[in-house]
Write a protein that binds this ligand. Structure first.
Ligand SMILES: CCCCCCCC/C=C\CCCCCCCCCCCC(=O)SCCNC(=O)CCNC(=O)[C@H](O)C(C)(C)COP(=O)(O)OP(=O)(O)OC[C@H]1O[C@@H](n2cnc3c(N)ncnc32)[C@H](O)[C@@H]1OP(=O)(O)O
Ligand SMILES: Cc1cc2nc3c(=O)[nH]c(=O)nc-3n(C[C@H](O)[C@H](O)[C@H](O)COP(=O)(O)OP(=O)(O)OC[C@H]3O[C@@H](n4cnc5c(N)ncnc54)[C@H](O)[C@@H]3O)c2cc1C
Length: 662
């Protein structure tokens, strides 16, 4: 059996799809998750979780109020705490994240920021003594932490953060203070009600000199009573578009005293007498953000996959309309429009995850390098992850929304759960740096790269930038996926040079650097997107080329073909400067035939991600495909259906109707 999801009693339409799969889904899972070992561990963890009934949702999540969701996730966390060591290797971040995803889903919880930013901040920013003091406690979850940087008035522009940490040599203390309402910390996940500690980012002030954003370890609540400590105002910022299982919070300080050794001092220091030592790289304090951004291609890829698992499985059991055979309605997955809606997103999801593995490894290596005093890789990774974060979040949002529409009316129901996935995923367009702003960060790097080429210093170009120095060449589209890479290289190079030239010309015409930059910004963001999409395509092709298993490689090449054809058509206006409209027509035909080729493997491709029903929380996406019976059961579970007549009917509608009858 190649598709390992086949089970007796499943919807026969799904079983039929799984029988068609031409590759082993366990082997594909090993490729997706980077190793057979981790793919097996994922399955083992999922299996072990299923044997602990208290870890299941106590009722359908979509019917819970916000308070119930928060309480439910805390209940599960307390159950988890009894099983942690049996379930996972607690030193393995990927195992921990898998466990969190499986048990707690994606709506957020008390530890949302603890693993993703609080601990990473301590790892990257705290010195050895500080790690000794706090890291173990944090890892053992004796304390709960979050990352409090954004303020009500400033998130993007970190240099304008208003919260101050003023050092007084006489007492060897910092005084943390929130000078205005707009200086309230606003947004940090799990800050409002759950965390008792936070890494707080504040403007360091010593003897009236402002040294800018620095991280501090701050206790917010009493460890015994969980009450806020004197001088601290903290609470929840209220319901959000999604992610409502998390208590994103506000935080204010009223002359709050903090011992000197609570500034995280691995890279910059304040001595007892107030002498300041600056870090080896000005932006080293931003590393927790780079860490999360380096994860985002992977995490967003998985959000998109969740929506696609739902939409593809449902499309295989949903029958509506006819093709040739008029005796039986077709699976909607057979419509070309449905395939065009879903398959390019499957390809992107695979591509994002492959990129994600690369950037996570790059961050881990950078962390080691920085600890050894080498900060030279920081700019490259900052530029790469800034662009990648922006492109993947935007395309993931598009892909999830298409997946929702691909499910018709039922896609709009919370029974599909796609709207929640969408709401959580598109938060990523904003958090960790608003997308436009981060595209402009990459653009700075691209402009500098063109300047290097222009001044004959191409040898100094960073990784992935050499193509900017190469001349345009003839493109032979019959030479395989590499030809499509060439199209992207041509398009990206042209746009990067065009945007840079515009910026330079505006400065030469007398505009200041900042104004010229702003007046070139749309062109610059376009350059960043093309450059990033080129990187994604190259990584995808490189990863697939490295695979040795024949059946896996074959289907992934089919997926690459969908990807490259779709991507080139998607940048048609840029591509037309390098390929003819006749060539674009032929790419279009190739795309349609590549959709056809992929069709028999569609269900197996998404099954290979091995995302459990528990995590999916979707009636439409159930592994067994029994959608309709369960849709009815789900609706019956609605709190509105627990009584025949609602109190509001008796209170308002009935008297109103009765009055109308008089
Ligand atoms: C996401 C993880 C999820 C984990 C999944 C777990 C699975 C569980 C499943 C489901 C759970 C649900 C998932 C949801 C999880 C939600 C988590 C939410 C987490 C969100 C946390 C936050 O948002 S924290 C706050 C983030 N804030 C920002 O990102 C702010 C953005 N702004 C900035 O970063 C900076 O202000 C700026 C970079 C835009 C500008 O900085 P600055 O003004 O100081 O610099 P300049 O623009 O002048 O540039 C000068 C120079 O510096 C270079 N530079 C800037 N930054 C860096 C850097 N980091 N590294 C290296 N170099 C840098 C810049 O390029 C310039 O260089 P030049 O050479 O001069 O050009
Ligand atoms: C779900 C979620 C979770 C979050 N979790 C945390 C957390 O745990 N900790 C934390 O500290 N923060 C957190 N945040 C806050 C988040 O990091 C910020 O909201 C984000 O960095 C964007 O900043 P902003 O809100 O100031 O947006 P703004 O900068 O105000 O953006 C508004 C608009 O202005 C534009 N803009 C701003 N500056 C520029 C510029 N220089 N050039 C061009 N355009 C510009 C933007 O592109 C955007 O269109 C979270 C946010 C969300 C939504």
């Amino acid at each position: 059996m190649l598709n390992k999801s086949i089970m007796d009693g499943d919807n026969p339409d799904l079983t039929e799809e799984r029988m068609k799969g031409a590759f082993d889904t366990d082997k594909m899972a090993a490729v997706i998750y980077g190793s057979e070992k981790f793919a097996i561990r994922r399955r083992e963890i999922t299996e072990s979780i299923s044997r602990i009934p208290q870890l299941a949702d106590s009722k359908p999540f979509s019917f819970m109020t916000r308070e119930e969701k928060i309480s439910e996730s805390c209940r599960k966390l307390s159950v988890l705490s009894e099983h942690w060591n049996q379930l996972i290797d607690t030193n393995n971040e990927e195992e921990a994240l898998h466990l969190y995803r499986e048990v707690l889903g994606l709506e957020g919880h008390a530890f949302s920021l603890h693993e993703t930013m609080f601990i990473p901040s301590l790892v990257a920013q705290a010195n050895d003594e500080q790690q000794e003091k706090w890291l173990g406690r944090a890892k053992r979850r004796e304390i709960i932490g979050c990352y409090a940087q954004t303020e009500m008035g400033h998130g993007t522009n970190l240099r304008a953060l208003e919260t101050t940490a003023t050092y007084y040599p006489s007492t060897q203390e910092f005084i943390l203070h929130t000078p205005t309402e707009t200086a309230l910390k606003w947004w940090p996940g799990a800050l409002g009600k759950s965390s008792n500690y936070a890494v707080v980012v504040a403007d360091l002030v010593i003897r009236d000199t402002h040294y800018g954003a620095h991280p501090f370890m701050v206790q917010l609540r009493d460890e015994k009573t969980h009450n806020p400590l004197p001088g601290i105002t903290v609470g929840d910022i209220g319901p959000k578009m999604a992610f409502n299982g998390a208590d994103n919070g506000f935080l204010g300080f009223n002359q709050y005293k903090l011992p000197r050794d609570h500034m995280l001092m691995r890279h910059s220091r304040v001595e007892e007498n107030g002498t300041y030592t600056k870090p080896p790289h000005a932006k080293i304090g931003y590393s927790s953000m780079v860490k999360v951004r380096s994860r985002m291609a992977m995490d967003q890829g998985l959000f998109m996959v969740s929506a696609l698992v739902i939409a593809v499985r449902y499309s295989a059991v949903r029958r509506q309309g006819f093709l040739d055979d008029k005796s039986r309605e077709v699976k909607v997955l057979d419509y070309q429009t449905q395939q065009h809606r879903l398959f390019p997103s499957i390809a992107r999801a695979y591509a994002f995850i492959f990129c994600g593995f690369e950037t996570i490894q790059l961050y881990d290596q950078l962390l080691i390098d920085v600890k050894n005093g080498d900060t030279s890789g920081m700019s490259d990774l900052h530029a790469l992850t800034s662009g990648l974060k922006s492109v993947v979040t935007h395309q993931t949002g598009e892909g999830i929304e298409q997946a929702r529409m691909a499910c018709g009316g039922h896609g709009y129901s919370m029974a599909s759960y796609i709207s929640e996935i969408y709401g959580v995923a598109i938060g990523g367009c904003t958090y960790e740096g608003e997308n436009m702003v981060m595209l402009l960060q990459l653009a700075r790097y691209l402009v500098k790269s063109v300047e290097l080429v222009k001044t004959g210093k191409s040898k100094e170009l960073g990784p992935m930038m050499n193509y900017l120095a190469e001349p345009d060449t003839q493109i032979d589209l019959t030479s395989g996926p590499e030809a499509y890479v060439k199209v992207f290289q041509h398009a990206a190079r042209r746009q990067v040079w065009k945007a840079t030239d515009k910026f330079h010309q505006l400065m030469e015409s007398g505009q200041s650097r900042d104004i010229a930059w702003n007046n070139s910004a749309v062109e610059l963001t376009r350059a960043s997107r093309l450059h990033t999409r080129l990187y994604i395509m190259e990584t995808f092709i490189r990863r697939v080329s490295s695979i040795s298993d024949v059946s896996i490689k074959k289907v992934l090449i089919d997926l690459v073909n969908v990807h490259v054809n779709y991507e080139v058509l998607d940048i048609g206006t840029y591509a037309l400067e390098h390929v003819s409209s006749t060539q674009l027509d032929s790419i279009r035909s190739q795309l349609y035939s590549s959709l056809d080729t992929l069709r028999p493997n569609a269900v197996s491709l998404i099954d290979s991600f091995q995302i459990s029903d528990m995590q999916l929380r979707s009636v439409l996406g159930r592994r067994d495909g029994h959608v309709y019976t369960n849709l009815f059961e789900w609706a019956k579970a609605s709190p509105l259906n627990q009584t025949h007549v609602l109190p509001s009917v008796n209170q308002y509608l009935k008297p109103m109707m009765d009055k109308a009858k008089l």
